[in-house]
Ligand binder design. Structure first.
Ligand SMILES: [Zn+2]
Length: 223
């Protein structure tokens, strides 16, 4: 898991640098087979070194490392149990959290929300680090790559950490656009038909070079 631990440190610094977390909040993990490397509990994301990252198995059993795993490890493991994810990113980014304070769902105000699987649900509030919160997040993520968490933050997953990170950035951008738009008027929400047309266009072989940069993995539904 040496490369996974290095990646976690690199992306932790990027996420902290973007202001998507404060203090020791936020956590990341990478799965390789049956093992998961995760950020340690109580560390600011920009001060983690590879050896600080504990390795656990998919049941949460401690495999390697001297530092306690992130308190949100149950949430990460719940996502791995439900999806083919290779990485999970959880942040407390400001605009995402603002939407999670006030809404039950981020509506489709921009077609790129389809890259997250569609309108982003807000998971019901529960105390951080609990099995209840992990369960609420699993429910909100059904068929999606992202969820917001009431009075808390947001979570995304992807095939690898680069994809989970890009999903987290996209989620925060969508939330920022929505918050800004609400300040000057009532945002227009895309219709089902308009979203379906985007899905069809992305499925056609006439995509432009720019369209080709969008290559989401399909989220797996909870069964
Ligand atoms: Zn959190």
């Amino acid at each position: 898991m040496a490369e996974a631990r290095r990646e976690i440190c690199a992306y932790g610094r990027r996420i902290a640098g973007l202001g998507m977390v404060v203090g020791a909040s936020g956590n990341l993990s990478v799965r390789e087979g049956e093992l998961v490397a995760v950020t340690p509990s109580g560390f600011p994301l920009d001060r983690i070194e590879p050896e600080d990252c504990p390795v656990i198995d998919l049941t949460g059993r401690w495999v390697d490392g001297d530092v306690e795993p992130s308190s949100e490890t149950p949430m990460h493991l719940g996502i791995y149990a439900d999806t083919g994810a290779g990485a999970v990113v959880h942040t407390h980014s400001a605009h995402g959290t603002a939407v999670a304070l006030t809404m039950t769902e981020l509506p489709p105000i921009h077609y790129d929300i389809l890259l997250l699987g569609g309108p982003v649900r807000v998971a019901e509030y529960a105390t951080y680090g609990t099995a209840e919160l992990a369960e609420n997040v699993r429910t909100a993520l059904a068929g999606r790559r992202a969820a917001l968490i009431a009075n808390h933050g947001g979570v995304t997953f992807g095939a690898d950490l680069a994809a989970a990170f890009e999903a987290a950035r996209l989620l925060e951008w969508l939330c920022e656009v929505y918050v800004r738009a609400r300040a000057i008027g009532e945002p227009r929400v895309l219709s089902e038909a308009e979203l379906a047309a985007v899905t069809r266009r992305r499925a056609t072989p006439t995509r432009t070079a720019q369209d080709m940069t969008h290559s989401p993995i399909e989220p797996k539904s909870i069964t």
